[in-house]
Design a protein around this ligand. Structure first.
Ligand code: KG4
Ligand code: ZN
Length: 351
């Protein structure tokens, strides 16, 4: 049984967990939402400082809870890309320090692989192949997860990520940060058909529409125009409901079509936006009507957390993949470049 300590500091949550195979033994999170709220969004410098302040306490907390010594771990996993570099560096530096002190393998984790692996926490028997609809604040795509945990991107947004669209529209509506949960709460009180908003479509060079690619910036602009043109008081709940409805239709249509056409009978929904109640409901109903099994992690494993990073760390360690201590953090990185995070050697680092 493989046991890892996992650290996640890519954005505004400092999170630490100890994971054994697909089971969470302990976890601790320090959210920074109140610190960023006054600025209406995440301030990178503040995020780094907050991570630095919180991380040692959280590490101590999970250690005490499990009674494990760091030397008993099979590896130390930390998110190293993509994300805010200053924020990632705090978690990565902590992981490297423990790896050196306790002579444990370091495992750098791609944040989006972490989100995909959150499905294993919800469904411990799940095995690839499956389709993953990845919907976070910085990323939106449809990815086929193949045997051996390799990733085949099938569709993606050409502009804003869906979480980013939620956050920007929430700001336009004066709902503040974080925007996604605010729209989720308000939308059920509005009429989703009050405004017909455009669903972004991506044209193919030879004509026709890309079946799985998407676009959300036009939708955001359409909401901005309405906000500018409508007389006061703004029908905020109707705008939120219409926006959310349009996004969910776009995601659901593409995800279901992709699963059916690619012959994938399991659909995983992962990333912060997977916490959206209406999206969970609509996708589940649409998938069931096509005989597709849907796996959506519980809310706390949709948004950023360290348990999912631990799950990914266990997988990588089992494949004999460890990272060099020279590993650096990166703000951007494609899922298909994950192998560059690892050295091709056995399960211990050379110091
Ligand atoms: O995965 P995540 O926690 O961080 C990134 O990796 O980006 O995703 C954060 C995003 C934010 O844009 C946030 O507004 C959105 O997920 N989000 C939601 C909900 N909860 C979080 N969007 C819609 N409905 C929600 N309930
Ligand atoms: Zn995330």
């Amino acid at each position: 049984m493989t046991t890892v300590l996992a650290i996640e500091t890519s954005c505004d949550e400092t999170a630490v967990a100890i994971v054994r195979e697909r089971q969470v033994l302990a976890e601790a999170v320090a959210s920074q939402i109140p610190q960023h709220q006054a600025y209406g969004g995440v301030v990178p410098e503040i995020a780094s400082r907050q991570h630095l302040e919180a991380i040692n306490c959280l590490l101590q907390q999970v250690q005490q809870e499990t009674n494990l010594s760091w030397a008993q771990l099979d590896g130390i996993a930390a998110t190293c890309a993509p994300g805010l570099v200053g924020a990632l560096n705090i978690g990565l530096a902590a992981a490297k320090t423990l790896a050196v002190l306790y002579q444990r393998p370091l495992v750098g984790i791609h944040h989006l692989e972490g989100h995909i692996c959150s499905a294993y926490l919800a469904a411990p028997d799940l095995q690839p192949p499956f389709l993953c609809l990845l919907v976070s604040g910085g990323h939106t795509s449809l990815v086929a997860v193949q045997h051996g945990q390799t990733y085949e991107p099938l569709g993606q947004t050409h502009d804003d990520a869906v979480g980013e669209a939620f956050d920007k529209v929430a700001r336009l509506l004066g709902l503040g940060y974080p925007g996604g949960p605010a729209i989720d709460r308000l939308a059920p009180t509005g009429n989703p058909h009050a405004f017909a908003l455009p669903e972004g479509k991506i044209s193919l060079p030879g004509g026709g529409i890309h079946p799985y690619d998407m676009s959300f910036s036009g939708l955001k602009t359409a909401v901005r125009r309405l906000v500018e043109q409508l007389p006061a008081p703004l029908p905020i709940a109707d705008l939120a409901a219409s926006f959310q409805y349009t996004v969910i239709q776009a995601l659901t249509r593409r995800a279901i079509r992709c699963a059916v056409e690619q012959g994938l009978t399991t659909l995983v929904v992962a990333g912060g936006v997977a916490a959206n109640r209406e999206l969970r409901q609509t996708l589940t109903t649409a998938a069931q009507s096509q005989g597709i099994q849907v796996i959506i992690p519980p809310l706390k494993y949709c948004t950023d957390n360290a348990a999912m990073i631990g799950c990914a760390g266990v997988l990588r360690l089992k494949q004999g993949q460890v990272s060099p201590l020279t590993l650096t953090s990166r703000s951007r990185m494609a899922l298909t470049d994950i192998s560059t995070l690892y050295e091709n050697h056995s399960r211990t680092n050379s110091y």
